[in-house]
Ligand binder design. Structure first.
Ligand code: ADP
Ligand code: MG
Length: 725
């Protein structure tokens, strides 16, 4: 360890001295001292000595030091474990052969400029002509009698076309032609061959890699040490070694992320306190029994979990996931009423004004007038706003619904104990801070921050939830309320299917039902989308749906216009609503029974599922028609699967973790080695370790955790806040 200690800022042991003197070594001399113990990370911090094109290429790859090179892991291995005898290589087959060179000639090709090298080679089984194209210098390397390994393909009966070769007998092990040959990500100036050679030349330094994992953990998980894993990731002797190496490095990566997010969550919960809410009783019982339905098992369990959180001093940070119609609002209201029953206030925050208004209607209906509730958004008239603010300040008003306007500095609550945040991914760290500032002072003068219940209708597989929202605890509503009729989904293509679809729409409208037509997603531009929707609405009014009342809604319309379109559709004054994907969230018209989605292949799987959730909300059987290629895996999935969580998992398999939520949006860290969902099991284990370690050692300050702490800081920075808002 002494080699490493030189780097430590808080190094307190005596500085090593020169042999048989009391003179302290200078840092440079200490680093250069002939210490035999490993690791010596300074050996990895040394710069590579490559020049020219290679150096430029390495810089592009972000490789400056030996350490960078060691961490530049191969993305694949070519299996060249077996050297074959010439006679067994079939025509057209690719193989590695070990042969002796009998004679070498360089021939000009017909165009006179390019050369080809021909070597007559043989082994015990036979002989052949080995051929290199356009690499005349090869001839100089190959003397008569040279022993070489050739990798290539038998092109003709007597011709072996060489892609890579290595001379044997130079005292070095073959790395390009034999074994599991690593292929590293390369770029202009550095080929995979160069990288392979450089890594091999620096192979001895791998033993200086520092092991951050405590040995007890490594033993329990059966993981190789870090140096062995890095070595095995580059040049494995077997697939088993390679798998073990990958598993170890993936685990480490997942563990570091889990430690960082878990530490953040714990930090937030530990540093702050919230109002203890243990209300309930009559108010809650009365309300529950007033509902026209009974809660599902999932809803009851979620209500219990939330009630437990509210009853604690630690502020709740919980994500409630459940697809559209799964009854999240009821769970949220249950929590809000607990708060009201204990004499405090609760707020419900939606991402847009339209949604806030809709939530107000839903909540009001569910409350049945038992508790007053008000609306506060950016467009609340001044007089109403003043009145609402006054009632919130005095505590007379216990429930409020609104937009981000709720957490503006001018709003103050007498005793805000809970905030429900709908669609959590639009809520960042800054909003959280603004919300925390709305809490009231506690008995000891400290601020009591509100509990927060986030809600999302985008079901996220647990694997993603752990990485993207590792700082939230999650609860899922999987069970749909009884009496829901699943929406039939058809993916169709072609003019006849299209004609049939409009016929269906007319039939439904004749029955008194309503219908959505969703226009194609036109790149990311709202303006283009709006235009497309406008054109489509016009086309339908003059064509297939000429006899129906067609309304239009898109993101570029003024708020009042949008509201009017929504309102007229909701009250049945329009039969068809032509829309862009703005209707993805929050529209609740139980009488709408058909959803037609144009160019469905432009939409992501979860988006399609969200859109489909706009129908099937009432007593009538509903239908979703997607125009698109029925053979497309995504569209096949939407047609055959109804469970949003299952669809989210399929989406993850089809697209990979980074794509599903968008790396930036979700704050999902990018992994070098780990792959989700494949490494889900490993992630789960890493998550458990992270919880356990931080429980025992919240600061990771114990000697066996110090290197782990250093690794987190190196990866995520010192504030250990890997998920920016
Ligand atoms: P979400 O917010 O998850 O989309 P909501 O809470 O708005 O779902 O519920 C959707 C609809 O289902 C509402 O009309 C609600 O009254 C109704 N609902 C909620 N829970 C149940 C239940 N357990 N049984 C029957 N209907 C329910
Ligand atoms: Mg809802």
């Amino acid at each position: 360890m002494s080699g490493h200690s030189v780097h430590c800022a808080d190094y307190t042991d005596p500085i090593p001295t020169s042999f048989a003197t009391t003179d302290e070594l200078t840092p440079a001399a200490a680093l250069a001292a002939g210490l035999r113990s490993i690791p010596r990370p300074s050996r990895l911090a040394e710069a590579l000595s490559e020049r020219g094109q290679t150096a430029k290429g390495l810089a592009v790859l972000g490789i400056a030091t030996h350490g960078d090179l060691v961490e530049h892991l191969p993305h694949a291995h070519r299996d060249r474990r077996e050297a074959r005898s010439l006679a067994t290589v079939e025509l057209g087959e690719e193989a590695t052969v070990a042969v002796t060179v009998r004679s070498v000639t360089v021939k000009s090709m017909r165009d006179r400029r390019r050369k080809r090298v021909e070597a007559h080679v043989s082994d015990g089984s036979g002989s052949m002509m080995a051929v290199w194209w356009g690499q005349p210098w090869v001839a100089r390397e190959l003397g008569t009698g040279a022993q070489v390994l050739l990798h290539g393909k038998r092109r003709r009966r007597n011709e072996f076309s060489v892609t890579e070769h290595e001379l044997l007998g130079a005292g070095d092990a073959p790395i390009h032609t034999l074994g599991l040959v690593p292929v590293h990500p390369a770029t202009a100036g550095v080929t995979p061959e160069t990288l392979r050679r450089l890594v091999w030349e620096g192979y001895g330094r791998i033993r200086h890699v520092v092991e951050p994992l405590p040995s007890a953990m490594r033993v329990a998980e059966g993981l190789p040490d870090r140096a062995a894993a890095i070595a095995g990731a580059h040049f494995p002797d077997s697939e088993e070694e390679q798998r073990g190496a990958r598993r170890r490095l993936a685990f480490e990566e997942l563990l570091l992320t889990q430690l960082a997010v878990t530490a953040r969550r714990r930090g937030h919960a530990e540093r702050r306190r919230a109002l203890v809410v243990d209300g309930g009783g009559h108010l809650l019982d009365r309300w529950r029994s007033s509902l026209p339905f009974t809660l599902t098992g999932d809803q009851l369990a979620a209500c219990e979990t939330v009630a437990d959180d509210l009853g604690g001093e630690r502020p709740m940070q919980r994500l409630l996931m459940g697809e559209v119609g799964s009854g999240k609002t009821v769970v949220a209201l249950d929590a809000m009423l607990r708060v009201v029953a204990s004499g405090a206030q609760a707020a419900f925050m939606a991402p847009t004004e339209t949604l806030a208004e809709q939530h107000l209607r839903t909540l009001d209906r569910l409350l049945g007038g038992s508790v007053p509730i008000a609306l506060l958004t950016g467009s609340t008239p001044a007089a109403r706003r003043r009145e609402t603010l006054a009632r919130l300040g005095s505590g007379e008003l216990a429930l409020v619904v609104g937009t981000h306007a709720l957490i503006e500095p001018t709003v103050s609550f007498r005793s805000l104990a809970l905030c429900v945040v709908d669609e959590q991914h639009r809520f960042g760290v800054r909003q959280r801070a603004a919300l925390d500032a709305k809490g009231r002072s506690g008995p000891d003068g400290g601020r009591l921050v509100p509990h927060v219940l986030h809600m999302t209708a985008t079901p996220i597989p647990r694997t993603l939830a752990l990485t993207a929202y590792g700082d939230l605890q999650t609860t899922a509503l999987r069970e749909l309320p009884s009496g829901r009729r699943p929406t039939k989904t058809h993916v169709v293509d072609g003019a006849r299917a299209r004609a049939r679809a409009y016929e269906r729409i007319r039939e439904e409208i004749a029955q008194g039902r309503q219908c959505f037509v969703v226009c194609p997603l036109v790149d990311e531009s709202e303006a283009l989308q709006a235009r497309a929707a406008t054109v489509e609405a016009e086309r339908l009014r003059n064509g297939e749906l000429a006899d129906q009342r067609v309304a239009l809604i898109h993101g570029q319309m003024a708020a009042a216009e949008k509201q009017e379109a929504m309102r007229s559709f909701a009250v049945g004054a329009a039969d068809v609503l032509v829309a862009t994907s703005v209707i993805e969230v929050g529209i609740d018209v139980p009488n709408a029974t058909v959803m037609l989605i144009e160019a469905a292949e432009r939409y992501g799987l979860s988006q399609l599922h969200q859109l489909r959730g706009r129908v099937g909300r009432g007593e009538h059987e509903s239908l979703c028609i997607c125009f698109g290629d029925p053979k497309l895996p995504r569209l096949e999935a939407i047609a055959s699967e109804r469970d949003g969580f299952r669809l989210a998992e399929i989406d993850l398999e089809l697209r990979g973790a980074g794509e599903v939520l968008g790396v930036r949006q979700s704050g999902l860290p990018e992994f070098r080695v780990a792959r989700l969902p494949d490494d889900a099991e490993l992630l789960e284990r890493a998550h458990q370790w992270a919880e356990r370690l931080l429980e025992a050692d919240p600061q990771l300050g114990q000697p066996e955790h110090v290197l782990l702490h250093d690794a987190i800081v190196e990866r995520f920075g010192s504030d250990a806040d890997p998920i920016p808002a």
